[in-house]
Design a protein around this ligand. Structure first.
Ligand SMILES: [Zn+2]
Length: 294
């Protein structure tokens, strides 16, 4: 790539659908504004639980064809968000979904939880050197909620950042996804007010939301509210995993929760952003793109 856009954002996620739930509005907004948005997804999500009964045959304990199906769902979601650069770490199917923490799938050779960290991070460093992002987004060290693939995605992102710096490109700013407690609580008040028409079996509480932090831990707040419809359409595209109804959604646990058009980030590497509304810190990027050090 020789003529990259001036601003370049890289996101590292565990499974297809995580990017949309966590960062869909951010991705749609930066793509619309002309930034290069690159998504690296670490597994195909083969172990996901399937919501629609018509797709139940795809599940890992039946035909085990969910992975290829979710490649298609992810591609459809990225069309909704306007994101054209999406890849799988090491290529599609290189690392298998490890399942929830504590299940037998955690020990299967080839699953992401069993991956050699430097090898997996080396694949990510290759992407970093190719697209030379100024901003990198992934989960916190607990993966938001303790899923082994999310924890591993965090480790790979942080190690990939280090390896890429050694190989010639230091990402300016690295962020962990977070949700400020006050916004989560306000979202759940809206959900409670929606009351009886609410279609899901259970209603989540703020404790069910990954990555909740005290408000003062938020470094950057990206207002993607103009792109909430795009995020919703992308969530629809992940139909095997997400049920969407109005301003709420549920995963296979049928636990209803709000989704958000404003998304939040806690910075862990780099200079504090001059503009706390922008993952690039208010900077316009480098017009030379990848020209320099390749
Ligand atoms: Zn996930």
């Amino acid at each position: 790539m020789s003529d990259l856009p001036a601003r370049r954002l890289l996101l590292v996620h565990a499974h297809p659908d995580d990017e949309t739930i966590n960062n869909g509005a951010t991705m749609a907004r930066y793509a619309a504004e002309g930034a290069l948005v690159t998504l690296v997804t670490c597994t195909l999500g083969e172990e996901g639980e399937v919501i629609p009964s018509g797709l139940a045959h795809l599940a890992a304990d039946r035909e085990d064809r969910l992975g290829p199906h979710r490649i298609g769902e992810l591609a459809a979601a990225m069309r909704e968000l306007g994101v054209t650069d999406h890849r799988f770490l090491g290529g599609a199917g290189r690392y298998r979904d490890s399942g929830m923490m504590g299940v037998a799938q955690n020990d299967v050779p080839g699953c992401f939880w069993q991956a050699d960290l430097d090898e997996a991070a080396g694949h990510l460093a290759d992407v970093i050197l190719e697209v030379r992002p100024q901003a990198l987004v992934t989960y916190d060290g607990n993966g938001g909620y303790g899923h082994p693939d999310h924890i591993q995605a965090h480790r790979v992102a942080m190690r990939g950042y280090e390896l890429a710096a050694l190989r010639g490109h230091r990402v300016d700013r690295v962020y962990e996804i977070c949700m400020p407690r006050s916004e989560v609580e306000a979202g759940f008040e809206r959900l409670a007010a929606a009351g009886r028409e609410f279609p899901f079996a259970f209603i989540a509480t703020p404790d069910d939301v990954p990555g909740v932090v005290d408000d003062d831990k938020v470094t950057v707040t990206v207002d993607g509210s103009a792109y909430t419809d795009r995020k919703k359409a992308a969530m629809h595209a992940h139909a095997s995993q997400i049920a969407v109804d109005g301003p709420f959604f549920a995963l296979s646990n049928d636990l209803g929760q709000p989704y958000f058009g404003t998304e939040y980030y806690h910075q862990v590497h780099g200079d504090p952003p001059a503009d706390p509304r922008d993952l690039f810190g208010g900077e316009t990027g480098d017009a030379a793109g990848a020209g320099g050090a390749r």
